[in-house]
Design a protein around this ligand. Structure first.
Ligand code: F6P
Length: 323
């Protein structure tokens, strides 16, 4: 390959800029021409494709968001859209693509790469950590630290008023942000989609705490939990335990922004570098992840199909530690 393109797609995540920087600079180091494609697959369809230089990625390693912007592109679901995208890449002579994004983005890349002769390398960029084939996704560490910081603040005010807070975190269908931030903030309960919640157990444990005058309680709920989020859990709790002073807090998109953590910058830099190496080695249609500190190549379709498994022992630990 002599010319490659890089794009960010789907929900943005902190560290995407560090990954773009690594792709651009590794490409240039190897005498490749590197093109930045804006707004994910939209930019391919609209021919919003610009050459990147070393200076194009200066001063971005510490910035959240993505300088290439991101989008969820409906037109790319259609063959016509993908064909147009291909023609634009051809026009620029682009022979390989680095897609930084989550599972939706990889589904698109997989389809595109099998229809047209453009090898695609996926880098896991999502705060949700819902990809198979990697211990890390770019952005998860920052998001979870943002959640921890916010929940610590909530604990201060919860403590001052003896309140029960039900806090909702992001993650789509994945409970990782809830699990990690809940453990790290000493939450009394953590509700995640990967484990069934027994509402009677939850109420019983809150009643027990009420009896023991342990009135400050935090429940961290993943947005994808079976109840449908914090408001729904609060409805049940308020009905069953009307004496408890219950508040809801939905953390929302603050979890997506902010300066990436050191881990996210390291992971993004390593993966961005590896993506260019992979394209030069002739690899195609794989997601690059890191498992046990080693690079790991997973076919794009497998990276999106399987979910990471949550170790249920963590939930037992939560119960023991929150007593
Ligand atoms: O995939 C990242 C994510 O932030 C999820 O955690 C969340 O469900 C979703 O994106 C929110 O999407 P949007 O930014 O389009 O509202």
């Amino acid at each position: 390959v002599t010319k490659i393109g890089v794009l960010t797609s789907g929900g943005d995540s902190p560290g995407m800029n560090a990954a773009i920087r690594a792709v651009v600079r590794t490409g240039l180091y190897n005498n490749l021409e590197v093109f930045g494609i804006t707004r994910g697959y939209m930019g391919m369809i609209d021919d919003d494709i610009v050459p990147m230089h070393s200076r194009s990625v200066a001063n971005i390693i510490q910035r959240g968001g993505t300088i290439l912007k991101s989008a969820r592109c409906k037109e790319f679901y259609e063959f016509e859209g993908r064909k147009k995208a291909y023609e634009n890449l051809r026009k620029h002579g682009i022979e390989g693509l680095v897609v930084i994004g989550g599972d939706g983005s990889f589904r698109g890349a997989q389809k595109f790469a099998t229809e047209f002769d453009i090898p695609c390398i996926g880098l896991p960029g999502t705060i949700d950590k819902d990809m198979a084939g990697t211990d890390f996704t770019i952005g998860f560490d920052t998001a979870v630290n943002t959640a921890v910081e916010a929940i610590d603040k909530i604990r201060d005010t919860a403590d001052a008023h003896d309140r029960l807070f039900i806090i909702e975190v992001m993650g789509r269908d994945s409970g990782y942000i809830a699990l990690h931030s809940g453990i790290a903030t000493g939450a009394e309960n953590i509700l995640i989609p990967e484990a069934k919640t027994n509402i009677e157990d939850l109420i019983a444990s809150l009643e027990d705490k009420q009896r023991r005058k342990k009135l400050v309680n935090l429940i961290v709920v993943a947005e994808g939990d079976e109840f449908g989020g914090a408001e729904e859990v609060a409805k049940v709790v308020r009905q069953r335990l009307p004496d408890m002073d219950t508040r809801v807090c939905i953390l929302g998109h603050i979890q997506r922004g902010g300066s990436p953590s050191c881990i996210d910058r390291l992971v993004a830099s390593r993966l961005g570098y590896a993506a260019v190496e992979a394209l030069m080695e002739g690899r195609h249609n794989v997601m690059i992840g890191i498992i046990n500190n080693k690079l790991h190549y997973t076919p794009l379709d497998l990276a999106v199909k399987a979910k990471q498994k949550i170790d249920k022992e963590w939930l037992k630990i939560v119960k023991i530690l929150a007593s």
